[in-house]
Design a protein around this ligand. Structure first.
Ligand SMILES: *Cc1c(COP(=O)(O)O)cnc(C)c1O
Length: 410
């Protein structure tokens, strides 16, 4: 007989490699924007699994698509192609700037593909054209190449020697960018809203400058839309809001609505830098992942849903502003669409974890983005009633913190 394995939050510290310190909550079930823990306690999900569950938990059409595909075929490898991958690629090409798609399993893998493509593109025309320009505070994933391109040195600490030929400039600094650009740059890589880095939106003039400089110096503009893509900002992709077109775009997180998938989208010119055998992924284009993502794309790419993101964004930011003023914990609200950040006031700097924990004690799950910013990335279709209920709970959590109520008695 099989032994029943008792699992609790404490089991994590026993058996997992200690790369995380998860919250003291073990979630076992979700529906829409509600989740429940092992003890049956309910939470409003303002985290969306870090901007991933774009249509909420167990969205019926996604469950149906996954079940239907589960009865057909799970995997064929890249030696053969498959229908769900081709359908999803076709739809992505149809609805975006891109004419080519590469599938993989995560945001880091999508960026890894983009950075490798950029190197091939540059070095293919001139051996010195290998420099990648990136920005301070950026986050692009956790592989060695992506932490090296990322602009948060703590993520690369102790993992050297690191890949070379990467320049980090201050974000939103047009003149630094102009001074640095040269024929030796093969790509500029940026997030349009730095998510992990604290929910900092790019300045439209800065984005336009990056676009112009890339065109002038024959470099690729790579937009990391892993977090901002797939409707998150109230546009299918955030570059539409900025009114510019990249050469390469990476997406993941929301694309699978909770099923792992990543994609690199590119124009014809840059796609030609990669040739058969030059890059790959065993699971890339997996039929289960692509079948789910196809439905996510159909749902998210609708005027009604995207307008809904923008109106929910207004509601949330107005109420967060009010809550902040009432308790003196928040400084100001920023971000785009349903990727919102609240910077903490002077007295609360560095204490975001306390606020996240107080939220959890009061039945609402928000995220940290660095030590000083509370981040919200709920499902794009979160019911307005859930937005209000979650914010009421956050309001109570803030009141509790300000009163200095006993913290650790869940
Ligand atoms: C989350 C994130 C990544 C990494 O995605 P993974 O799926 O965790 O590899 C890369 N870039 C940005 C902007 C992200 O937010």
């Amino acid at each position: 007989m099989k032994r029943a394995i008792p699992v609790s939050r404490a089991t994590f510290d026993e058996v997992m490699v200690p790369t995380y310190q998860p919250a003291d909550v073990l979630v076992t079930r979700g529906l829409g924007s509600h989740i429940w823990d092992q003890q049956g306690r309910n939470y409003i999900d303002f985290a969306g699994g870090v901007a991933v569950t774009s249509l909420g938990h167990c969205f019926p059409k996604l469950v149906t698509a996954l079940e239907a595909q589960a009865h057909r075929i799970w995997h064929v490898s890249n030696v053969m192609t498959n229908e769900p991958a081709l359908q999803l690629a076709y739809k992505l090409v149809d609805t975006t700037f891109a004419s080519r798609v590469f599938f993989c399993n995560s945001g880091a893998e999508a960026n890894e593909a983009a950075f490798k493509l950029a190197r091939r593109y540059g070095v293919g025309s001139d051996p010195d054209k290998c420099l990648i320009v990136a920005f301070e505070n950026a986050f692009h994933g956790r592989t060695l190449f992506t932490v090296s391109v990322g602009g948060q040195p703590q993520y690369a600490d102790g993992f050297g020697p690191l890949p070379e030929g990467i320049l980090h400039l201050p974000f939103n600094d047009v003149s630094a960018l102009e001074k640095t650009m040269s024929r030796n740059v093969c790509a500029i890589v940026m997030e349009l809203v730095q998510g992990e880095g604290g929910v900092n939106a790019a300045d439209p003039l800065f984005v336009q400058a990056a676009r112009d400089l890339c065109s002038r110096y024959d470099a690729l503009l790579i937009l990391d839309e892993v977090q901002t893509g797939m409707g998150r900002t109230g546009h299918l992709f955030a570059h539409e809001y900025y009114g510019i077109v990249p050469d390469v775009l990476t997406t993941a997180k929301g694309l699978g609505g909770g099923f792992p998938i990543g994609a690199m989208l590119c124009n014809e010119r840059s796609a030609r830098a990669l040739t058969p055998g030059s890059h790959g992924s065993t699971y890339g284009g997996n039929p289960l992942a692509c079948a789910v993502a196809s439905v996510v794309l159909d749902e998210v790419n609708s005027t009604e849903l995207l307008e809904g993101v923008r109106s929910r964004s207004d509601l949330m930011s107005n109420r967060l502003d009010t809550i902040g003023k009432r308790h003196g914990i928040f400084d100001h609200v920023r971000g785009l669409g349903l990727l919102l950040g609240v910077s903490l006031s002077e007295n609360w700097k560095g204490r975001v974890r306390e606020i996240v924990d107080a939220g959890l004690r009061n039945g609402v799950w928000a995220l940290a983005a660095g030590p000083d910013v509370l981040r919200f990335a709920p499902a794009l279709n979160i019911p307005v009633a859930d937005v209000n209920e979650g914010l009421d709970r956050l309001d109570r959590a803030c009141a509790e913190l300000v009163r200095g109520d006993a913290p650790f008695q869940r």
